[in-house]
Design a protein around this ligand. Structure first.
Ligand code: 6LW
Length: 492
């Protein structure tokens, strides 16, 4: 039996989903990365395509340079009401807070944010009752009524439900009106191995709520399931009246409890109703295995970067552009490389335990590199200038040049690469760590590895935080020109 796999692999946590007709839309958290809140479309909840990012311009999202890793944009809720798409989320950074944007087209443009100063906390949910009143429910779990057009709140937030007695961190609330009941779905136990989903129901959106006797309705804690940390869920009804749940999970490797490197990914499960309560089935194995996905290649011929490219805290055309020299990604260095919060960086989420990445760099005007990162203290990279190629490892306080070699050629263009593959036999992503082999690809396609590094140190269990690996390009000094980037999933 194949292991369940994510329907949206790579770090795409805290999924929120809605349906309009036969079309599903899903949004995820994005933390310190910009553009913020990736938005996906599907017709079957299994095959998803990113159609944009909700917070895709500085006027919607400014993250100060000192925004810590895994701060920034936390969990969103995506809903459709009164002919508009609505998204509410939290900017956990200096001057941030809860905010609400709307759009007629989910691919954008989305409105400028409506600040919600009267809405506390994180994980805001958005629901309208039969009278058209709009309720925001947040972690804790508490609730306040708002005007979604002005952001005005009415009264003080009031407590709704504190979740299962003894369980920690009631969060990720979502409200649903199903039949005669209003259901309040929450996550609890914390987003690690103890994560769980519980539900309560009541006569209206403001309760009172009685908990489901079968809570938690979803958890993988204390199991050896290949998907762990399951929680932070959202429900959606299909056109045929059946129900589904999207939720976050991780795919640990290295045995139990193991470590995960791709972040919290989006999974899907069927839901049935028994005695007026949701019953969650096993995570789906439907759809293509992620490893069968097509390679992601970018020759930078488009005027703008595709929506899956993400940068750290900012992206200014003065520092990162495909317009300066058509067919090239030109990066003008700001910070001094991946140790810096203000590094000029463009990345792509690692979505597969085994993958091969290559990038064509012209280092004639500066230093450019290919980095696999979790945050500023946990990253491995290969970089080149006209004179030298270096492999660098940063784990916590330690930073080491693990390999370097002078460039025998004229210092011209070079293809930097990393092969990320599980070790151990059989080559099973679940039993062994991975090895990240950094090197140079020659004109004839042969790959000369300069250093192979243990992937355990680029895991969330080591680094902490809420994101996952991102593989990207950066300018370390001067200007780095990249002519193409290729990310290729590999079968183990
Ligand atoms: C999010 C909280 C959580 O706000 O992690 O998994 C936090 N659950 O609900 C960041 O993703």
């Amino acid at each position: 039996m194949a292991d369940p796999h994510p329907v949206i692999p790579g770090f795409h946590p805290d999924p929120s989903v809605c349906r309009v007709g036969d079309d599903y839309y899903l949004a995820c958290s994005s933390f310190e990365y910009v553009p913020g809140v990736p938005l996906f479309h599907s017709r079957d909840l299994v095959h998803w395509r990113q159609i944009g990012n909700v917070l895709d311009r500085p006027g919607q999202l400014r993250l100060p340079w000192d925004t810590p890793s895994s701060a920034g944009i936390y969990a969103p809720t995506l809903r459709h009401h009164d002919g508009r798409f609505w998204l509410i989320t939290t900017n956990v950074s200096e001057g941030g807070g809860n905010l609400l944007v709307s759009a007629t087209d989910p691919a954008g443009p989305w409105s400028d944010p409506v600040p919600l100063p009267g809405v506390p906390g994180i994980d805001p949910d958005l629901a309208w009752d039969e009278d058209g009143a709009c309720w925001v429910t947040v972690a804790g779990i508490s609730q306040v009524r708002i005007d979604p057009y002005t952001g005005e709140t009415f009264g003080e937030p009031r407590p709704l439900w504190s979740g299962t007695p003894g369980a920690k961190a009631p969060e990720a609330p979502h409200l649903y009106h199903v039949g005669d009941h209003w259901y309040l779905l929450i996550a609890e136990g914390g987003t690690e191995r103890g994560h769980a989903v519980s539900v309560a129901r009541g006569p209206g959106p403001t309760g009172p709520f009685e908990p489901c006797p079968a809570n938690p309705v979803l958890t993988h804690r204390s199991t050896d399931e290949p998907v762990q940390n399951t929680g932070h869920a959202d429900l959606v009804q299909a056109p045929d009246g059946t129900w589904r749940m999207v939720f976050l999970g991780v795919r640990p490797r290295g045995g139990t409890p193991g470590w995960h490197v791709l972040g919290r990914e989006t999974f899907l499960a069927p839901v049935t109703w028994e005695d007026g309560w949701p019953v969650v089935g096993p995570p789906t194995t439907a759809g293509p295995s992620p490893a069968s996905a097509e390679p992601f290649t970018d020759d930078f011929d488009d005027a703008d970067l595709r929506p899956s490219w993400i940068s750290l805290r900012h992206r200014s055309p003065r520092h990162c552009t495909t317009k300066e020299q058509p067919g090239r990604l030109t990066l003008h260095a700001l910070g001094d490389g991946p140790d810096a919060a203000d590094v000029t960086f463009v990345g792509h989420r690692q979505r597969h335990h085994s993958c091969r990445v290559r990038a064509h760099l012209d280092p004639s005007d500066g230093t450019g590199g290919l980095v696999v990162r979790l945050d500023e203290q946990h990253h491995y990279e290969i970089e080149a200038d006209a004179a030298e190629v270096r492999v660098i490892a940063r784990v916590g306080p330690l930073r080491t040049v693990v390999a370097s070699t002078s460039r025998a050629t004229d210092g011209g263009p070079i293809v930097l690469g990393v092969d990320v593959t599980p070790t151990g036999t059989p080559r099973d992503a679940r039993t062994g760590p991975d090895t990240l082999a950094f090197g140079v690809e020659e004109q004839d396609g042969t790959f000369t590895a300069l250093a192979a590094l243990d992937g355990r140190y680029l895991s969330t269990e080591v680094a902490g935080g809420f994101t996952g690996r991102v593989i990207g390009l950066y300018a370390g000094s001067g200007t780095a020109h990249f002519d193409w980037f290729r990310y290729e999933p590999l079968q183990h």
